[in-house]
Design a protein around this ligand. Structure first.
Ligand code: SAM
Length: 352
């Protein structure tokens, strides 16, 4: 599982220490300020997308290894004191974690946290959308690779498109605004989906985002030729639907380039980590479901926050562990480097 860095646990003291210095934002050695934390709450999932997970016999982490809600909240509280202001919950599939809205409520109440967002496959969303909204969840990204039940099954190796669509509409009815729909763009699969997905987003006033396929699939089939680039998709959408007009950048660290159709109906975003890496403006930090801090999706090193948390650390110990991880961040993910080494974890084990 790559390289793990542990810090010696601090003295056995009580779990909350608001008073200490902690001091200063999370700035790496290239000047990037980290304000965005992605927290995976589980590696489990109720579908088996081939670009992420193995088809069968998945070895999930035993439950006692996963951070508890209290441990996650403590981690978020400490990072908020170093400038983290946005938290996105992910997985695995975050909605398979029991009572997720309880965690949302805990995190929404932390000083300095301005936004809690969630990335989900939508299958369990119809049942949970209202509770999540009431708990303080602000934004939703819902994966939607296809509107065809056959293609959905080919990708996810499970049934479920109807539940996903029901989840999307339940979320809208629960009051979520600016819902984003994410499709992984894969050559040989996504081409026939592009126009129907673009039209769906227009019809329902949502944003469709196409994400280039990254080398994080568990079965190790990724190759650069399998990446359907954002530029190719854009050309198809402009030809088949309407011209796209670039939107102003509201967040300089945002990974997506966003467009609106020229007639003002519907939005499209492109996340092009392979053909147009955006590492130079990366402000993200990750916490895996079992409490490992990662400074990049493609990192081969991790910092063991769970050992520190369960070793009776002070908040300062935890802050220093996070700072060490950020301090060691590399300038880029290196996918295009001939020496590139894939991380030992697949996407579902990191938290996308
Ligand atoms: N289960 C949730 C979902 O489906 O949205 C959250 C976790 S999933 C790992 C988060 C995002 O990562 C999804 O949008 C998914 O499509 C994307 N993803 C997974 N594997 C990927 C890969 N190899 N390349 C690009 N995106 C990937």
């Amino acid at each position: 599982m790559g390289h793990t860095m542990t810090a010696a646990p601090g003295p056995l003291t009580s779990a909350t220490h608001d008073a200490g210095p902690i001091v200063g934002p999370l700035v790496d050695s290239f000047g990037r300020v980290h304000t965005n934390l992605r927290v995976s709450v589980t590696d489990r999932c109720n579908i088996r997308c081939f670009y992420c997970m193995p088809a069968e016999n998945v070895q999930f982490r035993p439950r006692h290894e996963l951070l508890s809600f209290e441990e996650i909240a403590r981690f978020v509280k400490v990072t908020a004191r170093m400038g983290v202001n946005k938290v996105r919950l992910t997985g695995g599939e975050p909605l398979v974690r029991h009572d997720l809205s309880v965690l949302v409520r805990m995190l929404a109440g932390i000083d300095g946290i301005r936004e809690i967002a969630l990335t989900t496959n939508g299958i369990l969303l119809a049942q949970q959308a209202k509770a999540l909204k009431a708990a303080g969840l602000a934004r939703l990204n819902i994966s939607l690779d296809s509107l065809s039940p056959e293609t959905f099954f080919k990708i996810s190796r499970r049934e479920g498109l109807d539940q996903v669509l029901a989840g999307i509409f339940a979320a809208r009815d629960a009051g979520f605004e600016r819902i984003r729909l994410n499709a992984v763009a894969i050559r040989g699969i996504t081409e026939p989906e592009v126009v129907p997905l673009g039209r769906f987003a227009r019809q329902h006033g949502m944003e469709m985002r196409f994400i280039e396929f990254m080398p994080l699939d568990a079965e190790n089939h990724w190759e650069s030729q399998a990446v359907l680039s954002g530029a190719e998709i854009r050309e198809v959408l402009e030809r088949e639907i309407a011209p796209l007009v670039p939107l102003d950048v509201t967040d300089p660290a945002q990974p997506a380039t966003d467009y609106a159709f020229a007639d003002g109906i519907g939005r499209i975003g492109f996340i092009n980590p392979v053909t147009q890496p955006f590492c130079a403006k990366c402000n993200r930090l990750r916490l895996t479901a079992e409490g490992q801090v990662r400074n990049c999706l493609f990192s081969t090193t991790e910092w063991d926050a769970r050992a520190v948390l369960r070793g009776g650390c002070t908040d300062q110990d935890l802050a220093e562990l996070v700072r060490a991880s950020v301090g060691a961040k590399k300038p880029g993910h290196g996918i295009d480097d001939p020496q590139f080494i894939r991380p030992a974890r697949a996407m579902y084990q990191i938290g996308g």
